[in-house]
Design a protein around this ligand. Sequence first.
Ligand SMILES: [Zn+2]
Length: 104
Amino acid sequence: MSVSRPENLNVSRALAKRMLDLRHRRGWSIATTVEHLAAIGYVISPQAISKQENRESMISVDQAVALTKVFGMPLGELLAEPKCATCGDTPPIGFMCRHCGLEG
Ligand SMILES: [Zn+2]
């Protein structure tokens, strides 16, 4: 008998996707993301981030909190599915999203 996995517990997977999306929107490479995290005292290797983005490992709560600082958004927003498909609720700084009207 196989044990089914709860379908609604995909938070860590969603967070990894969100991290990838947010760094892309900012034009950050993995190395740049590592530098931003290091600047606020969270040390992680580029390989570790790469593994997280490839769903080979999970993001810790400590890292999630560090990401809120680096991306400048509350944890709830970081974990939530973005409402706007165009800008992901985070248009680039100095730009307004033509789809939802949010300003970056
Ligand atoms: Zn938008």
